[in-house]
Ligand binder design. Structure first.
Ligand code: ACM
Length: 528
């Protein structure tokens, strides 16, 4: 009873305050505004605001085409909206109005979509499921940040009126997670995938092997995982993915329209493998496991034939587990492999990848060997990297090698923001949010034809990172900027406008439980 009285008194005083406020300004209180259509990250290709907003209510249905993909995406949207709205939001193939998700022929491309919003409903139209899924992410970002919470919130749930027509600038919008230096469990990887999906990323590159740990079960060489995966940087317990674990990651990613790109780094960065099998070493002696952070000291034994039995088995088993088109073979920092051996090794490893039906990806040192037709080189140099190396990459690009841009002093998410950042490294310098965002992939590498640029990718190396909280502190707020570099037309790229849109994402991350770096370069709203 006392509780009820207090509540009534509180309600009465709230009404009074509202009424006084309204009479002082001589107006009724303004209804809460819907998020403007152009607030979305990555910036859409085209936005035409206008008309009344759509309001999601307890009567709203999610209407989908009668296809498995549309139903699945409808179910995904319902799973996002139900906990915070508290509404039933049935996913159905009939009725009218409400939220409509439709697949139709049109000028949408593989990943584009159109979103039309007005009083009567919101319709997302795409030619392919990936486009429909990306359109759903736009719809999600147009709703208030509280929609991301897992308990019922008051709303109202408005989506601004108008039309968004959107399609990505680049086909490769990737994020790499180093699960070798520290191991991250399946649930931690899934959590990162969910965050990537919100910003329309479409590649998850998993760095599955390095000196400090081998993280994927290979049946024909079981000690790689059971022994090579048994530690990590600092000497912790490490871990590895069983084949079932890996398939679960691939499934979770595919349901969010991300393609997994697995990497086995060779011929350097291989101490975990060399420690697991003495016969892979030129001297036949297995080195101890390694838990430090040096690079460049290990190499597979290029002259030994068993090395290629190993490569064949690993690539065959990994290719069989991976529905995606790509297999990354590393090739960076092979400082302990003589150059002629490096070229020999990369020739044979690339041929093996092709034999098992996958497209080769390598770090850009691959361009110092002979990239096979159709290969993709991932550039990780710096602004100040020597002209000769940049020219070597450009020459490969002119000869048909695709380029994914991951400049370390822009897109390495493990670089510290500034001298005070408690996590991360600084060998490529400090990378504040503006530095990460404020450049153009289309003109970054001189002499590279625009058609060779496949897109961008943000690597996250984990020497200093041990859990999801660490991942998120380094990825946010830089990750959405990488998404925008990969998705949005160059004409929309503008730091002063972007930082305002970025600031508006802060409450969304708070609602999602993401602890982010509150960069002084961004005008964040007060923490909630
Ligand atoms: C790299 O950072 N070694 C690719």
């Amino acid at each position: 009873m006392r509780q009820r009285h207090r509540t009534l008194r509180l309600l009465a005083s709230l009404l009074l305050v509202t009424a006084v406020g309204a009479s002082l300004t001589g107006a009724t209180p303004a209804p809460p505004a819907a998020t403007p259509l152009d607030r979305v990250i990555p910036a859409p290709a085209s936005v035409a605001p206008g008309g009344s907003p759509y309001r999601i209510t307890d009567r709203t249905r999610i209407r989908v085409d009668d296809s498995r993909e549309a139903r699945r995406i409808g179910g995904y949207l319902a799973d996002v909206l139900r906990p915070s709205t508290g509404y039933r939001l049935p996913v159905t193939t009939h009725g009218d109005g409400g939220i409509r998700l439709r697949l139709a022929k049109g000028p949408y491309g593989d990943e584009g979509y159109r979103l039309d919003s007005g009083r009567g409903g919101v319709t997302v139209t795409a030619g392919r499921p990936a486009g429909l899924f990306h359109g759903v992410q736009t719809l999600r970002q147009l709703l208030p940040a509280a929609v991301e919470k897992d308990s019922v919130q008051p709303g109202p749930w408005l989506i601004a009126g108008g039309t968004v027509e959107d399609t990505p600038r680049y086909a490769w919008r990737g994020a790499m997670l180093d699960v070798s230096r520290h191991f991250f469990g399946v649930d931690e990887v899934k959590r990162y995938i969910d965050q990537l999906a919100l910003y329309k990323f479409n590649k998850l590159h998993l760095h599955l092997s390095d000196d400090q740990g081998w993280r994927i079960a290979i049946d024909s060489w079981p000690r790689l995982a059971t022994y090579g995966g048994s530690t990590e940087v600092g000497g912790g317990p490490g871990g590895y993915y069983t084949k079932a674990d890996y398939k679960e990651i691939v499934r979770h990613a595919a349901a969010r329209h991300l393609e997994v790109v697995p990497e086995i780094d060779m011929p350097g960065h291989t101490n975990a493998a060399l420690a697991s099998y003495a016969e892979l070493n030129c001297d036949g002696v297995a080195p101890p496991l390694y838990t430090g952070t040096q690079v460049g000291f290990s190499s597979l034994c290029v002259p030994k034939e068993i090395t290629y039995d190993f490569v064949d088995d690993v690539v065959r088993e990994l290719a069989a587990l991976t529905p995606g088109r790509y297999l990354h073979i590393g090739g960076d920092e092979a400082h302990s492999t003589p150059h002629a051996d490096y070229v020999t090794f990369m020739d044979r490893a690339q041929a093996t990848v092709a034999e098992y039906g996958k497209t080769v990806v390598g770090w850009h040192q691959l361009t110092g060997a002979t990239p096979v037709r159709g290969a993709v080189a991932q550039y990780w140099g710096l602004d100040g990297t020597g002209a000769a190396e940049k020219e070597q990459v450009a020459r490969a690009a002119r000869n048909g090698t695709g380029i994914v841009l991951s400049p370390a002093d822009r897109l390495y998410l493990d670089m510290k923001y500034d001298a005070g950042t408690p996590l991360g490294l600084s060998w490529a310098g400090y990378v504040e949010v503006r530095r990460s965002y404020d450049w153009d992939p289309g003109t970054y590498l001189p002499g590279v034809p625009a058609s060779a640029i496949r897109g961008v990718e943000a690597p996250l190396w984990s020497e200093t990172l041990e859990n999801s909280g660490h991942i998120e502190y380094m990825a946010f707020p830089r990750l959405p900027g990488v998404a925008e570099l990969g998705w949005s037309p160059a004409a929309t790229h503008d730091w002063d406008r972007y930082k305002v849109r970025l600031a508006a994402q802060g409450p969304r991350w708070e609602a999602l439980g993401i602890g982010y770096y509150r960069s002084p370069q961004v005008p964040w709203p007060a923490a909630g």
